[in-house]
Design a protein around this ligand. Structure first.
Ligand SMILES: *Cc1c(COP(=O)(O)O)cnc(C)c1O
Length: 393
């Protein structure tokens, strides 16, 4: 039997803080007893605060893919022209899923997976296709560690009267996500990334406009596990859950929200950015390369590191785990074989975790026969970590 890793530096699920673990270990309670009813409402409000929205937040059971599918089925009809912005594995997958719903048309804007979507191109798409009714975008493409400018994209879509579906699964808590300010109609996230809670829930924000579109969509799921409208009509309007909520996951999520809200959302974001910057500095100092084309689009939640010539990606991860007890994330989709990923989500955005990630990967690369400068890598991470901030520990 393989030992538990000493350090989990993955792209999610990630380790939880003691406080979140204690919450997850709390006694199971009855979902209609007042303390849990209160907890459920409070958790919705806290999640709304993280998202920067006054709109409804639906807490669905099932990890984030459920929320993304529910959002999409809710608003896409046979008459919808969709604009899908493809900058990585998740947005490409989203486009495939979208096509199975039979919308009128799906237009893709695709950029290389080490790049970000240019808002100008989105404007251009609206000029060419004013009929676009929905724009889908992934905020952080976790498989490539890149960010898209959802602030501008959201506002462009809103200005043209189109709905937006935003996948903010890995960015919430680690990057600014301002749903109302940026006009994002359906924004989806999950507890197991930067919030540092357990996988199993989808958090979906739904704007008033999105509710209207859903009510007018004859194909919007009803009496279904995928139904956002069921939540609206039964929970928000009648105080009845459509099905038994996972009390444990909600309890864990509330604790994770409390931690971030007490720290401050901006501080949480800066903590993730700080860790990721230090990691990138270390990767480069080692003589390795980071995957995102520019610093500006490099994500704070995960660092994708290019696998050097002649090294096998799976082997690199295996050696990293065997030699150092550090588990990192592999590549997905079109990036398989090209990158490995060091996560900075939640707890591991603190202290010297980025140092451990960089040293473990660099050490494994060296073991596999590619020279790296381990000393320079360690120096660079420590120097970057000590820059400016003393409150990270
Ligand atoms: C993790 C992730 C998902 C999938 O989340 P699940 O909870 O595994 O369903 C979707 N999109 C992005 C960007 C992610 O990082």
């Amino acid at each position: 039997m393989q030992q538990e890793p000493s350090f989990t530096l993955t792209a999610g699920p990630v380790i939880a803080s003691d406080r979140v673990r204690e919450a997850l270990g709390a006694q199971i309670v009855y979902d209609y007893d007042v303390p849990f009813l209160d907890r459920f409402r409070r958790t919705q409000e806290k999640v709304a605060q993280l998202f920067g929205t006054q709109s409804d937040v639906v807490l669905m059971q099932g990890e984030a893919v459920l929320g993304l599918e529910a959002a999409t089925r809710g608003i896409v009809t046979a008459d919808t022209t969709c604009l899908n912005l493809v900058s990585g594995v998740y947005s490409k997958w989203f486009g495939e899923k979208l096509r199975t719903l039979g919308p009128k048309k799906v237009i893709d804007i695709e950029v290389p997976f080490d790049s970000a979507i240019d808002p100008e191109a989105v404007e251009g798409a609206f000029r060419d296709h004013p009929e676009i009714g929905m724009v889908s975008v992934t905020h952080c493409e976790t498989p490539s560690g890149t960010l898209n400018p959802i602030d501008e994209i959201g506002q462009i879509a809103r200005a043209h009267g189109a709905m937006t579906i935003c996948d903010a699964v890995s960015s919430l808590g680690g990057e600014p996500v301002r749903v109302d300010e940026w006009g994002l109609d359906l924004c989806v996230s999950a507890p197991q990334k930067c919030l540092g809670a357990a996988p199993g829930l989808s958090m979906v924000t739904v704007s008033e406009r999105a509710w209207e579109v859903m009510r007018g969509n004859p194909n919007a799921p009803r009496r279904s596990y995928l139904s956002l409208l069921d939540w609206k009509e039964r929970w928000e309007e009648q105080g009845q859950y459509p099905y038994t909520p996972s009390v444990t996951d909600v309890t864990g999520l509330e604790a994770a929200c409390d931690e971030i809200l007490e720290e401050g959302i901006d501080q949480s974001i800066e903590r993730h950015r700080h860790a990721a910057r230090a990691c990138r500095a270390g990767v480069r100092a080692a003589g390795l390369e980071v995957w995102p084309r520019t610093e500006e689009i490099a994500a704070s939640c995960v660092t994708a590191v290019k696998v050097p010539e002649g090294v096998d990606e799976a082997e690199l991860r295996r050696v990293t785990r065997d030699r150092s007890g550090v588990i990192i994330s592999g590549a997905q989709g079109d990036l398989v074989g090209k990158v490995v990923r060091i996560g900075h989500m939640g707890v591991v955005s603190r202290s010297l975790y980025p140092l451990i990630g960089v040293v473990a990967v660099a050490d494994a690369v060296r073991e596999l026969g590619v020279p790296v400068d381990l000393g320079a890598a360690a120096e660079a991470v420590v120097a970057a970590l000590s820059e400016g901030v003393s409150a990270q520990a």
